[in-house]
Ligand binder design. Structure first.
Ligand SMILES: Cc1cc2nc3c(=O)[nH]c(=O)nc-3n(C[C@H](O)[C@H](O)[C@H](O)COP(=O)(O)OP(=O)(O)OC[C@H]3O[C@@H](n4cnc5c(N)ncnc54)[C@H](O)[C@@H]3O)c2cc1C
Length: 447
């Protein structure tokens, strides 16, 4: 098929956001009785799921301290639930297991989940929490846990399989996905900043609208569009902070324990919910008995047949390199610089053993293949979902995004002219107005 010269909609990136945007754009055209063929292309310099989406742990949850995030996630969870088979989605639920410093935050999340009808159970008190956990896993042994939020919805999906399911939905409606095409820049309309054409290494494509779903590469598109590298941010306290970098990178620490995933079935032989533990209990090395940390720490994990073991991660760390110098390529496990190291493995496996007796002595089973990858974060670590230069929409999810299957759909609805209330709290101008999201006591930048 010839390389296109002009289409109506160019979507950049064949990850979760690009693909879900293209799927919804196509649905809208079909609903309006219009032709899709030849009107929507997705361009990716590598291929489907070759960015962050393809290495994500795949956890889908609602547990957020910020009401706007919770509403957005509830919407996305319904999209996952709409076709679990196509999306390789496992609706096993999700648990936020916390120490006392997070108790009131999580209690608030539970109340607000009730208010929006998102089903969850909240257990309070140390004894009740331990007993609830032992009802699921008889070897549960984490100390100092005083609350358990058990979300009955959510769970996880298999990162690449789900994207092939999503790509099929888009292609079945007439979307063309072109791999191996690198976007190099944009041509503006004369006398305006609107984009008239997208320049690629294979040729220039004219267009009416562009959607950028470039994950960690959003920094490069932001620069190509001449958007500000540094901005002023008005804090929730009204104080204005000038010259704040628009982007920063964090390294996501994840890995796999190379054991039969069935080792983590529940007492009654079922797939367990995804487990997330945040605690300030001292973390003792399962290797040599030394103290790894006495500060707050957190891990998440799940049995995963796709990753062939117990897969999960811990809190990320900030990449100290100046933002424009961060080497995004080669990405993920292929990066010579940004992969999870032995310190992560030591911490994460010791933390698993802290929680379950069954993981004691398992350090030698840690899978030593490279894993993890970097994510690009906004100044407040929450997504920017907005439209720029008249006809460019950017989905910059601040690394929250595998679970956000519904966001591309909402953006596509906006491109089609219907403003979406769920997206309003994620506009770029919040940094100027100071309408920032509340901050929780979680050790993770994304809770
Ligand atoms: C290790 C790790 C684990 C994670 N786990 C979870 C999780 O469990 N749950 C969760 O909700 N989120 C998770 N995330 C975050 C989530 O993966 C990302 O937020 C999300 O996948 C971003 O999707 P995207 O579509 O924006 O970008 P990506 O999936 O990164 O896709 C961007 C695409 O753009 C393409 N591209 C880049 N530059 C160009 C160019 N110049 N021209 C053409 N194409 C280009 C790339 O090839 C890539 O395919 C995790 C992230 C990491 C790194």
């Amino acid at each position: 098929m010839a390389f296109p010269e002009h289409v109506d909609y160019i979507v950049i990136g064949a990850g979760i956001h690009g693909l879900s945007s293209a799927w919804r754009l196509a649905e809208r055209l079909v609903e309006a009785g219009e032709e899709v063929e030849g009107r929507i292309v997705v361009l990716d310099k590598s291929g489907i799921a070759s960015g962050a989406t393809g290495i994500a742990c795949g956890v889908v949850r609602n547990n957020y301290f910020q009401p706007a995030m919770r509403n957005l996630m509830a919407h996305s969870v319904s999209v996952w639930e709409s076709d679990p088979d196509a999306f390789s989605y496992h609706p096993v639920g999700y648990m936020q297991i916390s120490c006392e410093t997070m108790h009131s935050d999580v209690a608030q999340i539970f109340e607000e989940q009730r208010a929006i009808g998102y089903e969850s159970v909240f257990i309070e008190g140390e004894e009740a929490s331990t007993s609830y956990m032992r009802g699921l896993f008889n070897d549960w042994q984490a100390q100092g846990i005083t609350s358990v939020l058990h979300e009955k919805r959510g769970g996880f999906a298999n990162n690449t399989s789900s994207m092939y399911g999503l790509a099929k939905k888009a292609e079945d409606l007439g979307v063309r996905i072109i791999s191996g095409v690198e976007v190099k820049g944009f041509t503006a309309e004369s006398g305006s900043r609107a984009v008239r054409a997208v320049e690629t290494d294979k040729g220039t494509i004219g267009c009416k609208h562009v959607i950028v779903g470039a994950g960690p590469w959003v920094r490069d598109f932001w620069n190509m569009l001449d958007l500000p590298k540094q901005i002023s941010v008005k804090g929730r306290d009204g104080e204005v902070h000038d010259n704040v970098d628009m982007w920063r990178y964090w390294q996501l620490e994840e890995g796999v324990l190379d054991v039969d995933p069935g080792i983590l079935l529940t007492n009654d032989g079922k797939l367990p919910p995804v487990i997330h533990v945040d605690t300030d209990a001292p973390l003792i090395s399962d290797v040599d008995g030394s103290v790894i940390t006495e500060d707050m720490w957190g891990i998440y994990y799940k049995p995963d047949w796709h990753f062939r073991g117990i897969q999960g991660g811990a809190a990320p760390y900030k990449v100290p390199t100046p933002v424009d110098d961060v080497a995004i390529d080669p990405y993920g496990p292929s990066s010579p610089e940004f992969v999870s190291g032995p310190e992560f493995a030591h911490m994460w496996v010791s933390a698993l053993a802290h929680c379950h007796k069954r993981f004691e002595g398992m350090m030698p089973k840690y899978h030593k293949e490279p894993s993890g990858g970097i994510g690009c974060f906004t100044p407040d670590s929450f997504p920017v979902l907005d439209h720029f230069h008249d006809n460019v929409s950017i989905i910059a999810d601040s690394n929250h995004g595998y679970k956000m299957l519904g966001v591309g759909r909402l953006i596509a609805d906006e491109v089609m002219g219907e403003k979406q209330e769920l997206l309003n709290p994620f506009r770029f101008d919040r940094y100027e107005t100071g309408e920032l999201h509340p901050v929780s006591n979680s050790p993770f930048p994304w809770s």
